[in-house]
Every structure is written in C-alpha cells, then in structure tokens.
Design a protein around this ligand. Structure first.
Ligand code: UDP
Length: 360
C-alpha cells in the first residue's frame, strides 16, 4: 500500500492538462510556497477557493474530472506559476507529486438534477473519492477539509438546523445518492480523525449562490436568472412556500478559510441564516431583473425539503465569522455575471457532458 504512494509511482494516473508554457521562475524568489490541493477546482465553489488560496499566497493544485465543472471557471489562472491543474476523477486512485499542506475536497455534483442524472458518480465521489483523499492526506501529513452539506439534515424536523441535529433523510429517496454519500463522507472523515489521528475539518454548506454557478444546473438561483434573461416565466415548484436561506459565495469562502485554519474537527454549519420562501424569492428576482414575466407553478419534486435555515451560533463563536453580503447586493453581483453570458450560452439547454460518463 505504502509503495503505491512512493515518489517513484507513475504520475500517469493523474494526467496533467497541458497549459500554456510558463515563464522561468524569478531568481532569488522567496521561500517555497505551501501547496494546497483543491478537488472540484473547476466547479462553482472550487474555482472560488482556488482564487482565494492563490490570493493568500499558496501554490494551488486544482483537480476536476470536468463532468459538471468547466475550465472556463479557472482559465484566468492558467498563466500562473503558482497554479496547476489535473484532469482526474478522484473516485480513482489519486496521486499528487510533492508535498501538500492542505486538501480541500469539493468534487461532487451538487444540484438535485445533476445528481439524479449521475447517481453512481455522485455516490462514488462522496465515498470512494473521499476515501482516496483521506489516504492521500495521511501520506502527505496534510490537513483535509471536506465539503459536507445541509442535505445531511434531509427534510428537517428541527428548525433552524444546528450541528447536533442528526437529520431526517430518506435513504432510498430522490436525493439519497447525494445525502447518503455526504453522510458517509462525514462518517469516514471522523473515523480517519479518531483512528488515524488525521487533522480533519468538515463544513456543512447551506444554499450558496454567486458568479460561476452553472446556468442549467437546475438550482433555483441560476434557473430563475436564466428564465428572466430569456424572457421565460419563472417556474416555482410546489406552492413556493418552502424556504431556503441563501449565502453569497464570498461569505461562504471566508467561512471555509477560517474553518480550515481553526482547530475544530467536528461539522460546522456555514451559511446565511436569512430565510425566505421560494415565492418571495421569485418576486425579488422579477423586481431585480425588471422582467414582465409571470410566476408559473410546477409540481414539487419528492423529498424537496420544506424548510432550511442554518443555525450559525457555532461558526460565529469558533470562527468569529458571519455573513456580510446581504441578498440584494449578492443578487445584483450574481445577475451581473449571468447578464455577461453570451446569447449562445444563455440558450444552451445543457452544458455538461454527463452522457460520456454515465455508463462507466
Ligand atoms: N425551485 C423552484 N424552481 C426552480 C428550481 C428550484 O421552485 O426552477 C425550488 C426547489 O424545489 C427547492 C428550492 O427552489 O425547493 C431550492 O432548490 P435548489 O435546487 O436550488 O436547491 P435545494 O436547496 O433544493 O438543494
């Protein structure tokens, strides 16, 4: 087993994407940078994490299998000396040459329609992928932070949700491939912490929005923005009386950064507690975008949680963190991003290549 991780092991299993040639290292440069591996680097949150860690002075190694992620989210980094990218599926053995200080595991389909389309990959990345990265963290003596989710609470019977609530999840329901993979992820991460003494961190992420969300991932923010921009009616699932609490991406990234540097191994909720019904939210989007479209109603998908609001008492105390960007400001920034998409991008029905992977 140890042999597999030896420095002599072939790198072929994790092919490096050919990036444009880089200029030679400046002579007499400062000490070698600490290296961080970010999985899911081409996704919404992963790409923002890459930006943040580069800004903090780390050497960032991004990894993604590009099923739901897009290189467009990180193409602005390709010229950098302190960034490299591996096109790799972390459900398979992961090898990264050299030292690693931190690993952030953010690879996973994350929207209900994505994980319903690619259920096996979703289960594998949360379970096998997490196992591989925990193994890598041990070998590298790295601290690992895993991305968990409010979905571990399922359709909660406790409101707002705090970390001591065990949740209400249907193990064979429509969201089970995601919810149970993430619950397994938490369990195996805890086991590595207790059994191997690995330094682990766990963030339970609540609904987050911002630039670089995939337009057609089915989640409510890009769905409503795309509909408004295309002049379509906004689709409300159910009566729209279900609630969510939306956190702007910059706030979330700040919380994650602080959690990584903290000394707390248990799960921590990071999200914005401002709760709103989906109908109210749709009305806000109509106002923001100035569209004349109507709200139309579609059936509520099964196992769609009726309410969700993070209790962030722990994050406030532990991380001295709370969200700063209010929804009006965050939505303005997000709308500016979606408005910047080309007409072609706006009208593309699907832009991820799951078919290619679905039969594997
Ligand atoms: N939703 C909606 N219309 C849409 C997309 C989503 O009413 O076009 C609802 C969905 O049923 C859910 C809420 O918006 O109750 C948030 O959905 P999302 O997929 O963003 O994430 P979830 O919090 O359910 O994981």
């Amino acid at each position: 087993m140890a042999k597999k991780f030896s420095k002599k092991a072939p790198v072929a299993s994790t092919p490096r994407v050919d990036l444009p040639a880089k200029s030679a290292k400046p002579k007499g440069s400062a000490k070698t940078k600490d290296r961080v591996l970010i999985t899911g680097a081409a996704g919404f949150l992963g790409s923002h994490l890459c930006d943040r860690f580069l800004k903090e002075g780390y050497h960032v190694i991004g990894m993604d299998n590009l099923i739901t992620g897009s290189l467009k989210n990180i193409e602005h980094l390709f010229h950098r000396e302190d960034f490299e990218f591996y096109h790799h599926d972390v459900s398979k053995f992961v090898h990264v040459p050299g030292e690693l200080k931190y690993i952030l595991h953010f690879a996973s389909p994350a929207s209900p329609i994505d994980y319903e389309k690619i259920p096996i990959q979703t289960l594998k990345v949360g379970s096998l992928g997490t196992h591989n990265l925990l193994g890598l963290a041990r070998v590298k003596k790295a601290r690992i932070l895993v991305a968990s989710t409010s979905e571990v609470y399922g359709d909660p019977k406790v409101h707002p949700q705090n970390e001591s609530y065990w949740g209400h999840v249907n193990p064979v329901g429509k969201r089970s491939m995601y919810d149970e993979a993430k619950r397994f992820q938490e369990a195996i991460t805890m086991a590595y912490h207790h059994y191997h003494g690995l330094e682990t961190r766990m963030v339970r992420i609540f609904n987050t929005y911002g630039p670089r969300m995939r337009l057609n991932d089915g989640r409510v923010v890009p769905a409503f923005m795309g509909q408004a921009l295309r002049g379509e009616d906004l689709t409300i699932f159910g009566k729209g009386d279900q609630t969510r609490s939306f956190c702007y991406v910059d706030d979330l990234i700040e919380g994650i950064y602080r959690l990584l540097l903290s000394n707390y191994a248990g799960p921590v909720n990071v999200g914005n507690p401002k709760e709103i019904t989906i109908k109210q939210f749709a009305e806000e989007i109509l106002k923001l975008t100035g569209t004349k479209q109507k709200l139309i109603y579609k059936p509520l998908p099964s196992d769609d949680p009726m309410q969700r609001q993070p209790d962030i008492t722990l994050a406030k105390k532990l991380l001295k963190w709370e969200p700063k960007v209010d929804r009006a400001e965050g939505m303005r920034r997000t709308y500016a991003y979606f408005k910047g998409l080309t007409k072609k991008e706006l009208n593309e029905k699907e832009h991820f290549s799951f078919e290619k992977y679905a039969r594997k």
